[in-house]
Design a protein around this ligand. Structure first.
Ligand code: 26V
Length: 818
């Protein structure tokens, strides 16, 4: 009992009047502003601080309550969290009260919302998944920490100038960040370089070592509270920022070397300056490896410190700690954990390996060979010499046992941690795999392909280690917040069930799928969401689109395997046909695209230019009018997705089969009543199983057919010759019909399709256009379309990330959920 235990800590009241008084109070005393002169940004700051106060009470309580329970640590280089205010307000159930409070003061919450910066600390699917998981872990009551990097600059801001992508720095911290708490007490030293020195021998006579880094810096913690549904549990997202140990090297300063005195300081701060914007290609920069080690080491030191304080031993680490690696980006943590246990805690190698392996689990998010991480042995040796030693030792142990089991030399060389073909490199996927007791894929198809392709050999050596955890999305953000009218409508039907906690109860609307009244309400909500999007398009692009048309949306990173090009070529073919027969009874469409291209990915940037070129020509053609419009919305991010997803009629999920690990946008669209046009790839397969064949439009080659065709080899020229529509569209693009200012702009892009077409655009083209015409026919019968849309919403509650997290909790982490 301390004197503090007797202090009353009354929970804060949250009626509109109290809230209004506190908001004004915060404005005055927290930001030093006169309410009469306050700007919207000041009000935003004040509202966030008041909401945050309410979170903090739950946060402290929850930390205390879950002290001795097993904790989950989610290590990810990306957390694409977007805006946080609405999340906190809905999950605390304060929406009505805050609205009322602000109305009394004469401030509009919707205006404030738009001012909150969108935290883009991630590239795409992998980062957004980490954000949904954080929210779900809090919602199902798992004591969890997310660990990542507090980038000064998140993913670049995209502008479109003359149709080309231009990258500008993203400045999410420029107005400060009211959500975070700097934890000065949680700072750790991180080393790089230097030497490994022998120290002596352990009890059994094994030599011991100590790493003496030549370069050192500090990792400083910043915590953001993550509140779960209903506000019962609040977890932490802990992001690390690099800081110099000595801000100024005094000796050099005094010697007159003012710039040199700051060298170390600048070097440290550079480390967490910026998120790497590639999501599909390893460029192999040293700074990236430094980021990976920096945040892995800081996180592990933090985890071990907390564990040591509670239990005074690490013998029980796997019983109390689960560490999930989000892809291989934190894979170096496997070697760092070994170093900390052996060099700092005195464990022998075998026991340290047991503890490490029992604690770690690894999620793979892509099979693309160019995205599989590996680092030159020479680089790791220079930056992390002790870790390189440990990696060799792990490798020796695993390969020795594989040899004993009679594995062939080719197999041994494929599972080795060292890739010996050319410059020697460390395979981070293999390190993560060996160091983990569980390795999972993110959709049923992807997990099967893992076993058949990249991890086939490791799967044979460690049978049963690979498992599947199909991705999910949080229904709080992706239904309640982005589409409150739809939630109200379905809630009215399912009655007294908490759809945000039991999202599968959405099946309760199945019986209404053919009900004319329900259909018309459902359609009316979609219509209003489309009108809202039309306003955004009007404001940002100065383009008027007809909300009565099919809103056909493809939003995701721009990548050849995602095949925005297939969609664009089909758009050209359709345009051509409308022009030839404008009198026919066409179904009006608005084709909407958004997404960023990696700055160094030239083909992806050219695809953006093509979309804009096609848009310019099509949108200004009076023959076509409202029958077809093409829109490329700049600067796709989480906030824009929240407007686009509820406004879609048709969801484009058209990757080359076998290449999209899961997709999560596909789930968001289906939940909001869009029909999917898609290939049998990633989680599309599971969407089809849930909604039924008649409520999804599937086309194209299967993953098996794609791999067979690639093995046999085929001539895209022949395929194109057999499809007059495709040939005509390709010719138009290639000959400059959309690029009169530079007629040969697309010659190479189209040439690539004609010659090798790795992503099988031509193979799937006819099947895709036929599927699009099926969509037209289905749309023309409104009752049929509405039925399909309703049955999508009804049947995809299973994709709640609460379900995914419960599966991780029971199958991998061994932690209870509520
Ligand atoms: C790779 C790299 C390479 C170095 C620079 C930065 C960087 C960032 C990310 C990646 C890996 C990208 C993998 C990825 O995002 N996979 C996506 O994961 C989603 C969530 O599981 C899944 O839905 C998508 O299908 C999958 O493409």
């Amino acid at each position: 009992m301390t004197p503090l235990d007797n202090l009353p800590t009354p929970a804060k009241k949250s009626d509109p009047k109290t809230l209004a008084v506190e908001i004004i109070e915060r404005l005055k005393h927290g930001t030093g502003k006169d309410p009469k002169a306050a700007k919207p940004h000041d009000w935003l700051q004040a509202v966030i601080l008041v909401v945050r106060d309410r979170l903090v009470d739950h946060w402290i309580e929850w930390k205390d309550e879950s002290r001795n329970e097993k904790r989950v640590y989610y290590l990810s280089l990306e957390f694409l969290i977007g805006r946080l205010m609405r999340d906190a307000i809905t999950n605390l159930g304060l929406e009505g009260e805050i609205n009322q409070a602000l109305a009394n003061i004469g401030v509009d919450l919707d205006i404030l919302r738009e001012l909150e910066p969108d935290a883009a600390l991630g590239n795409g699917g992998l980062g957004r998944l980490a954000a949904c998981f954080m929210e779900s872990m809090a919602s199902v009551g798992i004591p969890a920490y997310g660990y990542g990097i507090r980038y000064q600059h998140g993913l670049f801001r995209q502008e479109i100038r003359d149709g080309w992508q231009v990258e500008l720095p993203e400045m999410w911290l420029s107005h400060g960040n009211p959500w975070e708490f700097e934890r000065r007490e949680s700072a750790y030293e991180i080393g790089f370089g230097g030497t490994v020195e022998p120290r002596g021998h352990d009890k059994t006579g094994v030599p011991t070592f100590r790493w003496k880094p030549s370069e050192r810096m500090t990792a400083a913690a910043y915590d953001t509270p993550v509140v779960g549904w209903k506000g019962d549990h609040v977890n932490s997202l802990r992001l690390w920022s690099a800081q110099p140990i000595d801000p100024i090297l005094l000796a050099r300063f005094n010697a007159g070397d003012y710039v040199g005195a700051l060298e170390e300081s600048n070097r440290a701060e550079t480390l967490t300056q910026v998120l790497y914007p590639q999501d599909s290609h390893i460029a192999g920069q040293e700074l990236r490896l430094r980021q990976e080690f920096f945040f892995s080491s800081a996180s592990l030191q933090d985890i071990l410190r907390r564990h040591g304080q509670l239990f005074h031993t690490f013998d029980n680490l796997p019983e109390k700690v689960a560490i999930q690696l989000n892809d291989t980006h934190p894979a170096i943590a496997v070697a760092e954990m070994m170093r900390l246990l052996i060099d700092n805690e005195g464990y022998d190698f075998a026991r340290a390996w047991e503890l490490t392996n029992g604690t770690f689990a690894y999620t793979n998010h892509t099979l693309l060979p160019e995205a599989l991480e590996s680092w030159p042995v020479a680089l790791i040796e220079r930056l992390l010499p002790r870790h390189m030693q440990i990696i060799y030792q792990i490798n020796a142990m695993v390969l020795k046992s594989a040899r004993k089991d009679g594995l062939a030399d080719e197999v041994i060389s494929r599972i080795s941690l060292i890739d010996e073909g050319g410059e020697r490199r460390v395979r981070m996927g293999n390190l993560a795999f060996m160091g983990s007791h569980s390795v999972n894929g993110v959709s049923a198809l992807h997990s099967d392909l893992m076993k058949e392709t990249v991890f086939a050999d490791l799967n044979a050596v460690f049978p049963g280690r690979i498992n599947n955890k199909t991705n999910g999305i949080t229904p709080r953000r992706w239904l309640a917040q982005c589409n409150p009218a739809l939630l109200r409508l379905v809630q009215g039907v399912v009655g007294d069930v908490d759809l945000m906690a039991e999202t599968e109860a959405l099946t309760g609307i199945t019986g209404m799928a053919d009900d004319a009244g329900f259909q018309s309400s459902f359609e009316a909500i979609k219509r209003r969401n489309k009108e809202q999007l039309a306003r955004v398009i009007q404001q940002r692009m100065g383009l008027r689109v007809d909300p009565g048309a099919i809103f056909d949306i493809q939003i995701k990173r721009i990548h050849e395997y995602k095949r925005q090009l297939l969609n664009l070529i089909e758009t050209v073919a359709l345009y051509d046909q409308i022009r030839s027969h404008p009198e026919k009874d066409w179904v009006p469409r608005v084709k909407i695209f958004a997404g960023k291209a990696a700055p160094s990915y030239h083909t992806a940037k050219l695809i953006i230019k093509l979309a804009n070129d096609i848009a310019r020509v099509v949108n200004n053609d009076p023959i076509v009018g409202d029958l077809l419009k093409v829109v490329f919305l700049p600067n796709y991010n989480v906030s824009l997705a929240e407007v686009l997803v509820p406004a879609a009629d048709l969801s484009e999920q058209i990757s080359t089969a076998g290449m999209e690990a899961s997709g999560t946008g596909n789930m968001k669209f289906a939940l909001n009543g869009a029909v999917t046009i898609g290939t049998l790839d990633g989680a599309n397969v599971e969407i089809k199983d849930l909604v039924g064949d008649e409520n999804i439009v599937i086309f194209g080659l299967t993953a098996q057919e794609v791999s067979d065709r690639r093995a046999i080899g085929r001539d895209p020229g022949e395929i194109i010759a057999a499809s007059p529509e495709l040939a005509q569209a390709l010719r138009a693009i290639k000959d400059g019909a959309f690029s009169a200012d530079d007629p040969s702009r697309y010659a190479d892009l189209i040439g690539g399709i004609e010659s090798h077409d790795w992503f099988m655009v031509s193979d799937d083209f006819d099947s895709y256009t036929a599927a699009q015409r099926r969509v037209d026919a289905l749309w023309s019968d409104r009752a049929t379309w509405n039925r399909m849309a309703i049955l999508n919403t009804a049947n995809v509650g299973w994709f709640s990330s609460d379900r995914t997290i419960r599966q991780y909790a029971s199958d991998i982490w061994g932690v209870p959920t509520k």
